[in-house]
Write a protein that binds this ligand. Structure first.
Ligand code: NAP
Length: 256
């Protein structure tokens, strides 16, 4: 099915519906594939509809335009969903790499609107359906940038810390409700992340991964599918995964 379809996604496989935000590339696209392979009917959202239409056709899911920074878009997206068992809050990213003294406020706003307020909007909109499923799961892709700081990265690390706080606060708030919460904190994953961060500068984006072996989007997606496959009483609270060549947000095999 594609964005042109307004009907509900047909429930198939394991009978459950998984929603993935930001599924037009990277971790989101890989997660959609992994969850479809695990038997979920997957509903994917992003702004580049040509890409999600193609992915929906490939995995037998449904695609719909979604801009997590736009309340009306999130409302329209949520209104098409009858049932939600899994929500993967993946839409996000970084813009720029600058010291606070030279911070670009538009970049900061983009990061906060996308990673933090976007996650809030989508989670709030889909929470009733997740609770009603009887065994809901919210997976939020934060980052190791949610656990630490690094020079020139405060716009992103601050937004990821805030997104993590939002996610972790939900856990006790939902105690007693049938919803599990899993935070995924990846280190370096080779996706379009650096291309977005450096405004399409392919050389600069590619140099981020020179001299080390980063994670792939599939490496992260497999972990998400594993978390989703746990029985209802098992909550994987936080999973941190990095390449062997990286030890934290500041140090990798290149920097020593
Ligand atoms: P990516 O390839 O750039 O994918 C980002 C996705 O987010 C795209 O599908 C993009 O789709 C979507 N997106 C951005 N703004 C959006 C908006 N306003 N509304 C809806 N979708 C939006 O990067 P990625 O590495 O897979 O990133 C996925 C998540 O992992 C992000 O939250 C990122 O912060 C996190 N993460 C990445 C890394 C890494 O090293 N790559 C490490 C830790 C955490 P459209 O542009 O088509 O809307």
């Amino acid at each position: 099915m594609t964005t042109s379809d307004s009907t509900e996604a047909t429930v198939q496989g394991n009978g459950k519906v998984a929603v993935v935000t930001g599924a037009s590339s990277g971790i989101g696209a890989a997660s959609a594939r992994a969850l479809a392979a695990a038997g979920y009917t997957v509903v994917i959202g992003a702004r580049r509809v040509d890409r999600i239409d193609a992915l929906a056709t490939e995995i037998g899911g449904r695609a719909m335009y979604l801009d997590v920074t736009d309340a009306a878009s999130v409302e329209r997206f949520a209104a098409t969903l009858d049932r939600v068992d899994v929500l993967v809050n993946n839409a996000g990213g970084a813009k720029g790499l600058a010291p606070i003294a030279e911070a670009n406020l538009d970049d900061w706003r983009w990061m906060w609107e996308t990673n933090v307020v976007g996650t809030l909007r989508v989670t709030k909109a889909l929470l009733p359906a997740l609770i009603a499923s009887g065994d809901g799961l919210i997976v939020t892709i934060t980052s190791i940038a949610a656990l630490d700081t690094y020079d020139n990265g405060a716009g992103y690390t601050a937004a990821k810390h805030a997104q993590s706080v939002l996610h972790r606060t939900l856990r006790p708030e939902l105690l007693g409700q049938p919803v599990r919460l899993t935070e995924i904190c990846p280190g370096m994953v080779e996706t379009e992340f650096s291309l977005v961060r450096f405004n399409g500068d392919t050389d600069r984006a590619g140099s981020v991964y020179n001299g080390l072996t980063p994670l792939t989007a599939d490496d992260v997606a497999e972990v998400i599918a594993f978390a989703a496959s746990r029985p209802p009483h098992v909550n994987l609270d936080r999973i941190v995964l990095m390449p062997r060549d990286q030890v934290d947000a500041r140090r990798n095999i290149r920097t020593g």
